[in-house]
Design a protein around this ligand. Structure first.
Ligand SMILES: *[C@@H]1O[C@H](CO)[C@@H](O)[C@H](O)[C@H]1NC(C)=O
Ligand SMILES: *[C@@H]1O[C@H](CO)[C@@H](O)[C@H](O)[C@H]1NC(C)=O
Length: 435
């Protein structure tokens, strides 16, 4: 759709690469035609599969942590942003840190670094153009930054290729650096995340890897505010909480996934590219746990393919969905370590690829200690959501069921799915209106 524009943008970059005599070693041995040809399809497939698998593993790992502690917390994250931020780290990673990232991101031994960089640049260009489109119909921000102390000599090739993502700061004045980073995040998230980094967090630091994710969309079919009513949400059989439910009756895509043993509803946002997908298991005390166990890269792929194909349209579906807001912060170091990133945080990391050969002793300073991810979502009548039937609703594997109601009054999973890039932008689990 916007590929013509993105090509121009990328060719501009090629010209820059050619015009200046710089080190192009990060582009592999095809720097002459680096951005002229698109990324080969088979490479895109490997990278997309890797991203989906990373997202599923991340979500399952977070859910598992909460499940083990018995806290039925709501979860809301952007796997796509975390993936991209780690990808950025990969570009400068060496030795064990490099192989751990390649493995966790799902392309180890299958794709060369230069092709990974190329794919990243094409995706960023597509996203940059989309963010600037005034007729988009929704707002979507994915932002990644790698901040370096200004005294560190950067690798010239990466500096050229990742111009938008790399920024020099004076980390000798940590509070000033922190304020610059927080302002950038605040601007990217339309003031929803004004203070990503707490005071003191940049003391003794010379680099920071940051990402911010923001989405705002209006439903194609809005809920009427007058229809919103307080009702029961069944957290568990023995725990019922009151919350506000929005309600509407209309034409929606809806189907029953046997793989996930769940009902699946698509709630499209204006612009016809992004949808919320609500995955509602039957109501049983551990049904969310069961559904998460069934969630695999393959079953998620199945849901995405159904949504893309337009699956089953139901004409008069009554949808009831809680009105909610989730604002969350995660420290992801432990979770990422469990996913195989054991050396990236701490003194054992090797991110020396970000620095030029002249860096000398400074190389040891380029280590990461924290991964902070903050996210925000608000789902209300105007934009963002859906659900059906009574509290105890039965799952039947025979399809199609042609249910007339989709009532999300017990724990469910929701995704914000981007059709053009075939990615899960955000992933959430709604378990308890009070958490
Ligand atoms: C997670 O919770 C479910 C249901 O509450 C329980 O059956 C399961 O054993 C728990 N799993 C872990 C790993 O704690
Ligand atoms: C990082 O990896 C490079 C390349 O293998 C190696 O030369 C360098 O000594 C390593 N640096 C650290 C700090 O381990």
């Amino acid at each position: 759709m916007n590929s013509f524009q993105s090509l121009i943008l990328l060719l501009g970059l090629v010209a820059a690469v050619r015009g200046v005599a710089v080190n192009t070693e990060c582009l592999g041995n095809h720097e002459d035609h680096f951005l002229e040809d698109p990324v080969p399809e088979e490479i895109k497939v490997i990278l997309d599969d890797g991203e989906r698998a990373f997202g599923v593993n991340l979500i399952k790992s977070l859910f598992h942590d909460f499940n083990t502690t018995g806290i039925h917390k709501n979860i809301f994250i952007s796997p796509a942003s975390i993936y991209q931020t780690l990808m950025l780290a990969y570009f400068g990673a060496k030795d064990q840190t490099e192989s751990e990232l390649a493995k966790t991101l799902g392309f180890e031994g299958q794709v060369e670094r230069a092709d990974v960089i190329k794919n990243y640049l094409f995706e960023r260009a597509f996203q940059a153009i989309r963010e600037r489109d005034p007729n988009l119909g929704y707002t979507l921000t994915h932002a990644n930054k790698f901040y370096f102390d200004r005294t560190l000599p950067l690798n010239e090739c990466l500096q050229l290729v990742l111009q938008a993502e790399l920024e020099a700061l004076d980390f000798a004045q940590p509070e000033k650096a922190r304020s610059v980073i927080n302002q950038w995040v605040s601007q990217k998230t339309h003031d929803k995340i004004p203070k990503l980094l707490p005071a003191g967090s940049l003391d003794n630091t010379r680099v920071a890897l940051v990402n911010a994710a923001y989405f705002k969309g209006q439903w194609v079919s809005k809920f009427e505010a007058e229809q919103t009513k307080t009702n029961n949400f069944f957290v568990r059989r023995d725990k019922i909480t009151m919350t506000e439910f929005m309600e509407q009756k209309g034409k929606f895509n809806y189907y029953t996934s046997e793989e996930l043993r769940s009902h699946v509803l698509e709630m499209p946002y204006n612009g016809d590219e992004v949808s919320m997908v609500v995955i509602l298991p039957p109501f049983e005390d551990d049904s969310l746990y069961q559904t998460v166990s069934r969630l695999t890269p393959k079953s998620l792929r199945g849901v995405m393919a159904e949504v893309k194909s337009g699956f089953y349209q139901v004409d008069d579906l009554t949808v009831k969905l809680p009105k909610f807001k989730i604002e969350q912060e995660f420290q992801l170091e432990d979770t990422l370590a469990k996913l195989g990133l054991e050396t990236i945080f701490g003194g054992d990391s090797n991110l020396s690829g970000f620095l030029s050969d002249k860096a000398g002793e400074d190389v040891a300073d380029v280590t990461l200690s924290k991964a902070i991810h903050k996210s925000f979502i608000e789902v209300n009548e105007e934009g963002s959501e859906a659900a059906a039937a009574t509290a105890l609703f039965e799952f039947r594997s025979a399809r199609p069921l042609f249910h007339t109601e989709f009532i999300a009054d017990h724990p469910f999973i929701f995704l914000i799915y981007d059709k053009p890039t075939d990615t899960v932008l955000f992933f959430g689990m709604y378990q308890d209106p009070k958490k």
